[in-house]
Design a protein around this ligand. Structure first.
Ligand SMILES: Cc1cc2nc3c(=O)[nH]c(=O)nc-3n(C[C@H](O)[C@H](O)[C@H](O)COP(=O)(O)OP(=O)(O)OC[C@H]3O[C@@H](n4cnc5c(N)ncnc54)[C@H](O)[C@@H]3O)c2cc1C
Length: 464
């Protein structure tokens, strides 16, 4: 038996015979952290805000709300950080999934400028929380490096750098192919583009630290508490919601949903707008210092220019952590096992130096893509939400949690003032953009089209 990255495997005793089987189907980050365990408490009878999901979105909202004096309960179906927040690459990235030219042609200059500036501000939001709450999570401004898989992709970098400088007053740096060795120990790319503002973090430690900070501020986190459904219900004349959970019912004046790729039947209106997509990561054995420096001389957060992309970085203890969408479907025993070999082959294509490196861990997690590949936040049926980070969620989820907390805390006053006022007050452009569902409504939350989408993106990578 190997350890699985499942709720039941969180208490991490690894038996000796298990360590012989490599790679372990287990999330490496979880071996570096002792997640806080919330005190056993019954659900409160009522709360000002019920937050659904104890990932970056929910925890940063809970922290901000509790600091403002709200009575907050976080309902988490599994354990703290169980979702994507403990499983990701820990890249704290500027920018959005869509490129700036695409954004401008879709949303215009002004809105794109505001969205891009949020993406920059979100890195500071993370840094600020980490410092203020004293979270030991290896936050470090390493910068990120995007590498071009084709000459055409590299040519496009020059256009992007020019637009980003002109429109957003933000400087990125082009790295021509003949200078790329100063950034990456690989010869397969056509050049790169560096953004020095991006950072790295140990995501599991960050999630644990956020949870501890939220609890210190007074939030109650209720693990193993799955929300089944939400009903509108007034209490003592105050409008609100009854939340039926696996541990009984509670009532809250406001509900904030931060369930991202794990959004399920409890919030059907959101489920229809989110496509859960699997992403997988392997981590090698600890590498010698000299080899680690050769692979990534400036310790960048690296990803390539394909749709079906690879992303990779060194861990603080010098492992190569290499991820990608090796299978499009969310994580199962089968997709995780298959991904280990696909990712190892991908890693060796990039870094032949790692041919003999042992892969010690493999795990998967679920990303949340909306149909327009954009983050969205706002209210549906009176319920607040933020999701759709499309692989750029470490910083953006933290930011959205905090911004939505401000909006919720301002609730009664801004409700009187109306929707438009709320949006301007919170200054959150992702509450303003249209939130599309599936074309022709052909989606009820079960992503039957993923194999076709996966094939489509593979073809796109081949021809573009
Ligand atoms: C493999 C992988 C690599 C990634 N790499 C990066 C990266 O390097 N950089 C980056 O910026 N982003 C990355 N991401 C994306 C990033 O991790 C996510 O966008 C971010 O963690 C989302 O946080 P969240 O709090 O919104 O959701 P999650 O962390 O997924 O948390 C949602 C929580 O909701 C809970 N939940 C769901 N339904 C219910 C219910 N009914 N009742 C109670 N609880 C419920 C789940 O149990 C879960 O814990 C990656 C994601 C994956 C999967």
């Amino acid at each position: 038996m190997v350890k699985k990255n499942a709720a039941t495997a969180r208490d991490t005793e690894v038996h000796e015979e298990e360590t012989q089987i490599l790679p372990q189907e287990f999330n490496y980050w979880l071996t570096t952290v002792q997640m806080p365990v919330p005190p056993a408490q019954p659900l409160p009878e009522s709360a000002d805000v019920a937050v659904i999901g104890a990932g970056f979105t929910g925890l940063s909202a809970a922290l901000a709300l509790a600091k403002r004096g709200a009575k907050v309960v976080v309902l988490e179906a599994e354990t703290i950080g169980w979702g994507a927040s403990s499983r990701n690459g820990g890249m704290v990235l500027t920018g959005l999934k869509l490129g700036v030219n695409q954004l401008i042609s879709k949303y215009g200059r002004e809105l794109t400028r505001r969205m891009y500036s949020v993406s920059l501000e979100s890195i500071e939001t993370v840094e600020c929380i980490v410092k203020k709450e004293n979270i030991a999570c290896d936050f470090i401004r390493t910068g990120h490096l995007e590498v071009a898989c084709k000459q055409a992709h590299f040519d496009d970098y020059a256009r992007q750098v020019e637009v980003i400088a002109r429109e957003f007053d933000h400087r990125l740096r082009i790295v021509p192919r003949d200078q790329l060795r100063s950034e990456i120990g690989s010869d397969i790319y056509y050049g790169g583009m560096v953004d020095e503002i991006s950072a790295a973090v140990n995501p599991a430690r960050y999630a644990g630290g956020l949870a501890a900070a939220a609890m210190r501020a007074g939030a109650q986190i209720s693990g193993r508490t799955r929300l089944h459904n939400i009903q509108r219900q007034s209490r003592n004349g105050a409008p609100g919601f009854k939340l039926n959970t696996s541990r009984g019912a509670t009532w809250a004046r406001n509900v904030f949903v931060g369930t991202s790729g794990y959004t399920g039947v409890a919030t059907p209106a959101l489920r229809k707008k989110v496509i859960p997509i699997g992403s997988f990561i392997i981590a090698t054995q600890v590498l010698a210092d000299a080899l680690a420096r050769e692979l990534s001389p400036r310790n960048r957060q690296i990803y390539d220019s394909k749709n079906y992309l690879y992303y990779y970085r060194l861990t603080p203890d010098n492992r190569m952590l290499f991820g990608g969408r090796a299978a499009f479907f969310p994580e199962t025993d089968q997709t995780i096992r298959k991904s280990a070999e696909i990712l190892r082959r991908g890693m060796i294509e990039v870094y032949p130096q790692l041919r003999d490196a042992k892969v010690e861990y493999v795990w998967g997690g679920t990303l949340d893509f909306c149909f327009d590949m954009m983050p969205h936040a706002g209210q549906i049926d009176g319920i607040y939400f933020a999701l759709g980070y499309a692989g750029h969620g470490v910083a953006m989820a933290t930011y959205q949690g905090q911004k939505m907390a401000e909006w919720i805390a301002e609730g009664p006053a801004s409700q009187k003032a109306g929707e438009g006022t709320r949006e301007r007050k919170t200054d959150n452009p992702f509450t303003e953009i249209p939130f599309p569902g599936a074309p022709l409504g052909l989606y009820n939350g079960k992503p039957w089209f993923l194999p076709f989408a996966g094939a489509y993106y593979k073809v796109l990578d081949w021809i573009s």
